[in-house]
Design a protein around this ligand. Structure first.
Ligand code: GRF
Length: 203
């Protein structure tokens, strides 16, 4: 399977994929990494691993449509089968989504549908929940609303700072995101309306 990774930031999830591929846990190739942020450490991580990495800035394009179609073209030319959003801080419009039906995943640092949007870890602390976590889901037009593939729970401890909680959640992100791709690759994810059914492993 060939992966396209879109990232705006530090790219620890990208790193989790690089590591899972290196160790043989995941049989995949990262075809390209695209960032909307020229300073994203994700781009450096990619280059260190000889993965084609591109900065595509929104401001270089007249419209959001042109911007998204540029990324579509790059992803198709790289022959990627699956698009992974990994800390990509932009909502993608139907113009982009229609090119990759049920082929775009995202990771979000909460147990959706709780705390969608920005700073989910801060939202969880503010609310006072005692358990939060992370969610891998297919991407639809909404903000963190698509069909849920995998989730992992993480405890919130008294006195946690946002960074401590975020770190604990990331450890789980790095485990379940590659796992979700493995399930996809094995043909075990079946979308049924708004739900994802995980099919049993074939004997
Ligand atoms: C993660 O917390 C992820 O859940 C959210 O953005 C962050 C990306 O982190 N969508 P990284 O760039 O992979 O380190």
């Amino acid at each position: 399977i060939r992966l396209a990774v879109l990232a705006s930031g530090s790219g620890t999830n990208l790193q989790a994929f690089i590591d899972a591929i290196k160790s043989g846990e995941l049989n995949a190739k990262i075809a390209l990494v695209i960032s909307d942020n020229p300073d994203a450490y994700a781009l450096t991580r990619a280059r260190k691993n000889k993965i084609p990495a591109y900065y595509v800035g929104r401001e270089k394009f007249n419209s959001r449509e042109d911007y998204e179609l540029k990324m579509v073209k790059m992803i198709k030319e790289a022959d990627a089968d699956l698009v992974l959003l990994a800390g990509f801080m932009r909502l993608l419009s139907p113009v982009f989504l229609h090119h990759f039906p049920n082929r775009i995943m995202n990771i979000h640092p909460s147990l959706l549908p709780a705390f969608p949007g920005l700073d989910a870890q801060g939202q969880a602390l503010e609310y006072g929940v005692k358990v939060t976590g992370c969610t891998v889901h297919f991407v639809d037009e909404g903000m963190d609303t698509g069909p849920i593939i995998l989730q992992a729970a993480v405890p919130v401890y008294t006195g946690d700072t946002r960074d401590e909680l975020a770190y604990r959640i990331q450890m789980e992100e790095h485990r379940i995101y590659p796992e979700a791709v493995r399930l996809y690759q094995a043909g075990r994810l079946k979308i049924d309306g708004r739900r994802v059914i995980i099919l049993p492993e074939e004997e």
